[in-house]
Design a protein around this ligand. Sequence first.
Ligand code: HGY
Ligand code: MN
Ligand code: MN
Length: 415
Amino acid sequence: MSLTVNQERLMQEIEELGSISDAEPPAVTRIVFTPSDLRARAWLISRCEAAGLAVRQDAIGNTFARWIGSDPDAPAVGTGSHIDAIPNAGKYDGVVGVLGGLEAIRALQQSGFHPTRSIELLIFTSEEPTRFGIGCLGSRLLSGTLSPQAAGRLTDREGASTEEVRRKAGMRGELAEVQLPPGYYAAFVELHIEQGFILERRKIPLGVVQSIAAPASARITIEGAGGHAGGVLMPDRRDALCAAAELILALETAARSSGAVDTVATVGTCEVFPGAVNSIPSRVCLSVDVRDTDLKRRNRVIERLEEACRAVSIKRQVTVQTELLNADAPADCAASVVEALVGSCAKHDFNFLSMVSRAYHDSLFMSRIAPAAMLFIPCRNGHSHRPDEYASPEDITRGTLVLAETLATLSATDY
Ligand code: HGY
Ligand code: MN
Ligand code: MN
């Protein structure tokens, strides 16, 4: 079977999808269920239908584009990623796995290959936590990791619930119908940019992911006392932002002193109320992101943060409320899928690096219901979640070729 990836078409589609956005190019912003997201979904569905794939959407908007195999009832082989993008992001995060997956299917079709197991492209809803505060909303529901009740109650900044927003976006059906039955997929593989600089620095064109780090996120609300920035003397203050500053540094210290470089922690947002230059902050909301490849080490950072919250609350006479939004286990990738990826690299004599994914991905949750693994390609300077995020046409094409070979291997029922 000789496979040819249509690099020109693939790169043109990445550009076109990147233009469906709420940001000035080269930045991309595409928040779940916004008009841009819905336009992007419609555009993508039309591309899948043009490739002869059978398309369906579930109640949360996860989209499935299936190339029906000769054994249509056998568990399918899944591939895919997400197209939602955080504010001021780039055009490759998630998109490489979706359009690369579509191109891998078209290359297989072009080569005259016929799958035994159906091959299904997935576009997961809301991989990014931007709107509803939790990442991988679609794949959590698919895998049964998040209950439909909990998912339906999530709200966005305006207080609109997932339930309201999804229905307004035209999603039909009930969230309780989203979870897939056991054995729905025989395997799942996701192509993604590395979102780090290891591959580029080591000059290795592909990464075969062996494990995916364990993400946790929390919201911390600090309530102090407001007041006039001139009239309230320092000894009388209970400044919520000064308390927040101590907690941010405590989190950083906990991550830096965990004993391993794999521990990372970030306070990504800090909302200050009332937010006036001459008014003492009375309330601050922090969003916290903690990750590690080792679950115990990750949880220890969260414990130390909670200890700091208690100490700062007493010391500064402020109330500190912590709400853990998610604390997921890490995932080991499936040997059978890793082996198929390694075999595909070997077939083309491509060098690859076995590595860890420090970002989380929908594969983390797909691994709860099917043997799953990931394939990374380099991204320039390791940048991601920024407008200058970039992956070269050659790297994207190479990753797509290896993905196509791997899908072909996995779709044989004796695999
Ligand atoms: O944050 C992440 O790891 C992913 O890019 N959403
Ligand atoms: Mn991302
Ligand atoms: Mn991503």
